[in-house]
Structure formats: structure tokens, C-alpha cells
Design a protein around this ligand. Sequence first.
Ligand code: FES
Length: 132
Amino acid sequence: MENDVAYAICAMHDIPSQKARGFHLLRVGENGVVRPWPIIVVRWGRQVFGYVNRCPHDGVTLDWERNQFLDPNGVRLMCGKHGALFELGTGYCVDGPCKGRELEPVALSVIDGDICVTGVELAEDEETESDD
Ligand code: FES
């Protein structure tokens, strides 16, 4: 279902450049069912990239320590449990058990300095802050 609403989740400057942060959102599905929808937001300069926080191979969240999404070099997303590495800008897995697969992208826009989720319907009854 099309949804043109943009949901602001944080200010652009809340995420330092070259860092990633997790958000625990609630998404309303096609059948009206509300489900937890954890996402990762990566900021790189003026660009932002969003992915569902779920590894394609095992379905678990990537940050085994809260908000620890990046590899030691800070240039890829990494599964903290098994070390799968994903390109920041595409979500493509370049190494690890799900090599060749991809994180599910989340559409983001920056509107008036806020990072916004678009193209989905969110339930807004819970706080949408990051969990730090
Ligand atoms: S859950 Fe897939 S690499 Fe860890």
C-alpha cells in the first residue's frame, strides 16, 4: 500500500558522520498488524542509508552490543555474532555466511534536517528514540 507520510526518527546531527545507529520502530503491516521493526540508519557525510536490522542468513539483529554496527575499520556493517560484512551504501554482504545476499533497504529522506522513514506506515505509540 502506498504511503506518503514521512516519519522523523531523529535529527541528522544526532548521528555523527560515518556512524550507524539502531532504532526500534513499530510497523503497521498490510493486514493492520503492528510489528516491531528494528532498523539501522547509517550516516556518511550528507548521505543516509537505512536497512532493516536483520541478518539475511539467520534473521537476528546485527548489533550484539547495542548500536555496534560497524566493523573495526568503520567502513562496513558487521554482524557482531558471526562477522558477516555488508557494504554501507548497498547492504550487500561481501563476506560471511550470507555472502552475496543483501540487507533489506529502508527508504529514508532528510527533510529540514531530520532523518525520516518513508514508504511505510509506522505506529507511533512507542518512543522512536535510539536505545542508548
Ligand atoms: S546472523 Fe547472519 S552473520 Fe550473524
